[in-house]
Design a protein around this ligand. Structure first.
Ligand SMILES: *Cc1c(COP(=O)(O)O)cnc(C)c1O
Ligand code: SF4
Length: 468
């Protein structure tokens, strides 16, 4: 028997490749949160100190809701040409304009055309791509799955409650453009106002369905509800025995973090609901919506620390958008920065088939590649699941779980056994990102239905070599 190997021989410090090289500063970029007074670059905010700017009342009263207001606020920072482009873009949009001073100040006005924050909120006519021919306004079929107005009951054990139809900002890509925000030149919306009588019908339905355990309270956006409304909804739902989990969905932390440290009644109301849930052995979470690492600043960290202090945990649902977060480097930074500020990345949605924002969508293939790059960059529980919310109400599917995907035509087909087992759900890549021959195949409208039928038939009959 040999003598035991000394420690130094078993782990020789000199073995090539046995040690990780020192970390590059860039690998820790997710911890570097912006803490300067970044808003002072904007002419209209140049005179504001931190206390004035970091106040939710200032933020909501000074949202930019028109191009003339934008001109007034950013002044010389934008060209006349840019404003005209945006004006024409808005005329075509399905969502009205609303940007908080916080987000507006984080846009890089030296290059607004390609800025990932500008892209999400302010349309430019010059960037428009024609809508995909298979696209509808309520692509997720939420209204067809609604037993009472403003409640979508699609999955067995959970439902989506649209409590209101306004938000602190309006996102161009909003999947609920059939309802959310003001009517635009292009869309007259189905409105879900803050009406406690309508809510009572929702609560009665939820109480009548013992299989429901989980309610997503969304809209619109809960940031726009008063404290007493949060309290009202929370206690009504928690009073129902079979309800075990509440999720309060709000984009607020991403676009107006200030509210979480300057609107005490609102935070207290949310805390009260979360505490009551805990006492009953139930849970209440906040689900928020950051899309780009630049949206997360030291202000965000301070705001989220307040929620953490109150024992409220936060998850994130991001929307994959071309030019915003479709590069691996950006998505990795987003995921790690979210983790750093105690937000758990939950989903990344492949962009829904929404009208008027075709240039923001990307291909399923791009999403698959991106997922591959991102997985492994941080702890598994902080790795978002990349999903596609199928058109026609099949619900969310893991992007990788398609039954069929033809990269030439950009047609993918999913099944959803737990939701609508007998149905197939097609998904379509944006046509302008297909190969030239793929694009040509969509040119002739009479051939389109045939092409889709053929794709569905491949799945039904399992014929051919379809995974191209
Ligand atoms: C997303 C969604 C839910 C919640 O689904 P999870 O996968 O549990 O996050 C519930 N109802 C509807 C209609 C939804 O779109
Ligand atoms: S905050 Fe949410 S609901 Fe409101 S416009 Fe944006 S994506 Fe739509």
């Amino acid at each position: 028997m040999n003598a035991p190997t000394p420690e130094s021989a078993r782990f020789p410090a000199t073995t090539p490749g046995s040690q990780k090289p020192p970390v590059e500063p860039d690998d820790l970029r997710h911890r570097q949160l912006r803490e300067d007074e970044f808003w002072r670059r904007i002419p209209a905010y140049a005179h504001l100190d931190r206390t004035q700017f970091d106040d939710h009342r200032f933020q909501s009263r000074n949202c930019v809701t028109s191009i003339s207001k934008l001109r007034e606020v950013v002044g010389e920072l934008v060209t006349e040409e840019f404003c005209r482009d945006a004006e024409r873009g808005l005329q075509r949009a399905t969502m009205s304009l609303r940007i908080t001073p916080y987000i507006l100040s984080l846009i890089d006005w030296d290059e607004p055309e390609d800025d990932p924050l500008r892209i999400q909120f302010l349309p430019l006519y010059s960037r428009f791509q024609p809508d995909h021919p298979e696209l509808t306004l309520d692509s997720l079929n939420e209204q067809a799955d609604s037993p009472v107005p403003g409640l979508t009951h699609r999955y067995l054990d959970r439902a989506l409650f649209l409590a209101l139809d306004t938000c602190p900002v309006y996102c161009r890509y909003c999947t609920r453009s059939y309802s959310v925000g003001l009517d635009t030149e292009n869309v007259e919306k189905v409105h879900f106002g803050v009406r406690t009588e309508r809510w009572a019908d929702v609560f009665a339905y939820v109480a009548s369905r013992p299989e429901l355990e989980d309610i997503v309270i969304s809209g619109g956006d809960l940031y726009n509800l008063k404290a007493e409304h949060i309290e009202h909804i929370g206690s009504a739902l928690l009073a129902i025995d079979h309800i075990r989990r509440l999720r309060f969905a709000t984009k607020g932390p991403a676009v107006m973090p200030q509210k979480l440290f300057t609107d005490d009644p609102w935070v207290d109301a949310l805390t009260g609901v979360a505490e009551r849930a805990r006492e009953q052995g139930k849970e209440a979470f906040v689900h928020t919506h950051f899309n780009h690492p630049r949206e997360i600043t030291a202000t965000t960290q301070k705001a989220l620390a307040r929620l953490a202090d109150r024992g409220i945990r936060v998850r994130n649902q991001a929307v994959l958008q071309r030019g915003v977060n479709d590069r691996a480097e950006i998505m990795k930074l987003l995921v790690r920065r979210l983790g750093f500020v105690n937000v758990q990345p939950y989903y990344v949605f492949l962009h829904d088939m929404v009208k008027g924002v075709e240039e923001l969508r990307t291909t399923l293939q791009a999403a698959i590649e991106l997922e591959k790059e991102v997985r492994g960059v941080t702890a598994g529980f902080n790795m978002p699941t990349f999903v596609v919310d199928t058109m026609g109400g099949g619900g969310k599917r893991h992007i990788h779980s398609y039954e069929y995907y033809d990269r030439e035509t950009g047609i993918a087909v999913y099944r959803s056994p737990a939701v609508r087992p007998e149905q197939l759900f097609p998904f379509f890549d944006p046509i302008h990102l297909l190969s030239e021959s793929g694009q040509r195949r969509w040119l002739d409208p009479s051939k389109r239905a045939e092409m889709i039928e053929a794709a569905l038939a491949q799945v039904t009959h399992g014929v051919g070599d379809w995974n191209r």
